[in-house]
Write a protein that binds this ligand. Structure first.
Ligand code: GDG
Length: 481
């Protein structure tokens, strides 16, 4: 990377100021709601900081969220939840296979995460991806009020910005990529590489989690389309596209408040008791995804039990692996491998009534998750590659007792900010084992000092600040003139 890219190598600095006073329209593959028979509308807001940060903004700006309901061939009419207008985009069962499971999750996902699995490039799938992107763009063009701000999210919708700009040049268009953007050497494998870059350059502002993602994108644009990037701005005949860094975060206050509740405290004690009151609880919480490094972590734990560096009478591990993308073959393989490993390790090191690994292939309630974070003495976040990793930030926010150690992969976006974690290269098996032992044996004084640093950082840079900074940069004059 050259120094010319410096403006994109630090989180963007324009600070939020006055409210935007312009309608905002959000587009993401999924609507921020799930079906709930106990509510009048039949829907309830999905859990998660992103939804909580964006919904109030939409409510006050009179904006809309455009996305898929998650059910194939669902022709749901526009509806409202908690005062926010939602506009469904229908996706057929065939498109789910081709656009969602195919291009998005079997093609782009592995490639953008350093090609950890073989990616599929199929022109039939790509046609479906393009069609769905065109449908999103024309829906946005139909419903966005004049001069609105449109904020598009993630790798499923990378063609939308350019199509939308052609249809509605009056709009201000931003895009945020939640996952890493790969280096040119990997990205250039894609048969549709130019189309994706052209799609994203339809934006006024393209945002990334880490400086490297922004720099990779700018380099790909320069190499593939021969555009000039200067000070984080790419000048195009129709407009200027800015490139910036906006590390996403969580709702710190909400997690902290939940962690402090009496019910959580009770549940945390129950969890510890049910685990046999061990001295140290090691915890992993991930979607069961091959990027998250669950297998590496289990193998490191296995090696430490084998060598005697970790005593199964003192330490237990809890691994929550949330079901995800179960129709994609790579995910079925990953699940089989992890479950075999858990079985082997438990077979050798458990005692009757006291498994050494407690494995849950389940989605827990958020309350249970927060209680589990509180119970965890050592949190293991060891992805091979991750855009940010919100679990790392949630763990710090939940540790209101000021104790607990985070072991964090250098390859997670969170590693840029959470420098008080025990940072590790998870590809180095011995280094990962050493990091786990360091965390387990760490002196209380050091644990508290590091946890205080982690909590301050997450509190200072929460999800509301992230959304405000992105929007402030999107409407800032220097991003478009
Ligand atoms: C993508 C990027 C980036 C997990 N298990 C349960 C549960 N969760 C929640 C966690 C957390 C979220 O899911 C996972 O977020 P991550 O950031 O760790 O990972 P991805 O899903 O891969 O997200 C990632 C993120 O987008 C945001 O930009 O950080 O890098 O890959 O919030 O709490 N929630 C509940 N039960 C579970 O069992 N309720």
């Amino acid at each position: 990377m050259t120094d010319e890219l410096t403006p994109t190598t630090q989180p963007s600095q324009v600070s939020p100021s006055a409210p935007l006073n312009r309608p905002i329209v959000i587009a993401a593959n999924r609507l921020p709601v799930m079906r709930d028979d106990n509510t009048e509308s039949g829907w309830t807001a999905s859990p998660g900081g992103l939804v909580r940060a964006l919904l109030p903004m939409l409510r006050s700006s009179g904006g809309t969220w455009v996305g898929w309901t998650g059910e194939p061939d669902d022709n749901a009419e526009p509806f409202s939840v908690d005062g926010v207008d939602l506009h469904p985009v229908p996706i057929s069962a065939e498109e789910v296979l081709l656009y969602y499971e195919g291009v998005s999750n079997d093609g782009l996902w592995p490639l953008y995460h350093d090609a950890l699995r073989e990616s599929t490039y199929d022109s039939l799938q790509w046609n479906a991806y393009r069609n769905v992107n065109e449908r999103f763009a024309s829906t946005l063009a139909d419903i966005a009020p004049a001069n609105a701000i449109v904020w598009i999210h993630d790798y499923h919708l990378q063609l939308v910005p350019a199509i939308l700009r052609r249809l509605r040049p009056d709009l201000t268009i931003g895009f945020f990529l939640h996952i890493p953007f790969p280096p040119y050497e990997l990205f250039s494998r894609l048969p549709w590489r130019n189309e994706i870059i052209e799609g994203l350059l339809g934006c006024d502002l393209v945002g990334f989690q880490r400086p490297m993602g922004a720099a990779n994108f700018a380099a790909c644009a320069q190499q593939l389309l021969e555009v000039e990037e200067h000070n984080g701005v790419i000048k195009l005949p129709t407009h200027h596209a800015s490139v910036g860094v906006f590390p996403i975060s969580i709702d710190f206050a909400e997690v902290e408040e939940m962690a402090a509740g009496r019910a959580t405290r009770k549940l945390t004690s129950q969890i510890r008791a049910r685990l046999g009151d061990p001295e140290v609880i090691l915890l992993g919480v991930d979607r069961l995804d091959y990027t998250k490094g669950i297998g590496l972590r289990l193998r490191a734990f296995d090696a430490l039990l084998e060598s005697g560096e970790i005593d199964p009478e003192r330490c237990v591990m809890v691994q929550v692996a949330t079901p995800t993308r179960e129709a994609v073959e790579h995910y079925q393989d990953e699940r089989r491998e992890i479950e075999q490993l858990v079985g082997e390790i438990n077979g050798r090191f458990s005692r009757i009534g006291l498994p050494v690994i407690h494995y849950l292939y389940q989605t827990l309630s958020y309350d249970e998750l927060i209680a589990l974070y509180r119970a965890g003495d050592v949190m293991l976040v060891t992805p091979f590659r991750d855009g940010m990793n919100l679990v790392a930030k949630e763990y710090a926010a939940a540790h209101i007792d000021g104790d607990g150690v985070l072991v964090l992969s250098e390859f997670a976006g969170a590693a840029d900010e959470l420098t008080d974690a025990v940072l590790v290269n998870p590809h180095d098996d011995r280094a990962l084992q050493r990091a786990i032992v360091t965390a387990v044996e760490m002196h209380r004084h050091e644990r508290r000092q590091r946890m205080s640093g982690l909590r301050q950082q997450v509190q200072r840079m929460d999800v509301q600040g992230w959304a405000d900074r992105f929007l402030a940069n999107l409407v800032a004059p220097n991003s478009r003139s």
